[in-house]
Design a protein. Structure first.
Length: 254
């Protein structure tokens, strides 16, 4: 469902993604782990083309993101086409990125109305159902500043789902949260996993990665250096950089 092939991303002379290829089949969950600065966020931002890549391609549900098929072959997608393509790719950021001057309901309904063409009534109904699913019924009129971090992140997840995306990308969704609020967001994500959502999750939550992911990839200096089942990568890492990263994590925890 998500297929990134040979992605190369440079910031000036610095190579942030160095020929990265990754596939996430429909209904599967891929956890992306790695040290700070290794390129995990850049990968997600290149998948939905928030960042242009130097080379490589991304297909979501078989469609090449950032490109449109024309009569004379593929050409760069217009902003409008790109917005439509991105609507299939839900994104949840570390810092929630809600619109601060919009209520919870407005945060959810604006994009489905503008991009998917839903009527206000349709969008509100969809939003109400999703807010109930993330445990926030009754908070439609609240503003983001009136909510806890965990509640804001649950709104952000509901907002992404309101577009009925085909896949979801999560960029360290719990790392800006107080520890006691992490669980409520992970539980919402676990429910999505159970429903069969195709997901790519950048995370430092190893318990979540172990339980929810089908595959874990370990990133180091813009490359995937190890990839396998959670058991393989977390319990018997083969690459020395993965071993060092995991033993550092273990030392921090104990
Ligand atoms: N817009 C940018 N301009 C220049 N360099 C950038 C930019 N965005 C990211 N980088 C660099 O690319 C590298 C990868 O960054 P990225 O944010 O993808 O890492 P990460 O693995 O997600 O790290 P973290 O876990 O800290 O979020 C870093 O060295 C970062 O400084």
């Amino acid at each position: 469902m998500i297929s990134a092939r040979n992605l190369v991303k440079r910031f000036g002379d610095f190579t942030a993604l160095d020929d990265v290829s990754i596939d996430v089949p429909e209904g599967r969950v891929c956890a992306v782990i790695g040290a700070s600065g290794s390129g995990k966020s850049t990968l997600l931002r290149c998948i939905n083309q928030l960042e242009p890549t130097e080379s490589g391609e991304v297909l979501v549900d078989g469609k090449r993101i950032g490109w449109t098929e024309g009569r004379n072959g593929p050409h760069r997608a217009s902003e409008r086409d790109l917005r439509l393509q991105r609507a299939d790719i839900g994104m949840v950021f570390q810092h929630f990125n809600l619109f601060p001057h919009f209520s919870v309901m407005q945060n959810l309904i604006e994009a489905p109305m503008a991009v998917r063409g839903l009527s206000r009534a349709e969008a509100r109904e969809r939003a109400s159902n999703l807010l109930a699913e993330v445990g926030l019924e009754g908070r439609e009129d609240a503003f983001p500043s009136e909510l806890s971090g965990g509640q804001q992140q649950r709104v952000a997840i509901a907002r992404a789902l309101c577009m009925e995306p085909k896949v979801m990308l999560f960029d360290e969704p719990t790392s800006a949260l107080d520890p006691e609020l992490v669980g409520e967001v992970l539980r919402v994500m676990e429910r999505l996993v159970k429903k069969g959502m195709t997901m790519m999750v950048v995370t430092h939550e190893m318990d979540f990665a172990r339980d929810a992911a089908d595959r874990i990839v370990f990133f180091d200096q813009g490359k995937i250096v190890e990839s396998g089942s959670p058991g393989q990568v977390l319990d018997s890492p083969e690459h020395p950089r993965t071993q060092a990263f995991l033993s550092r994590l273990l030392r921090v925890r104990t």
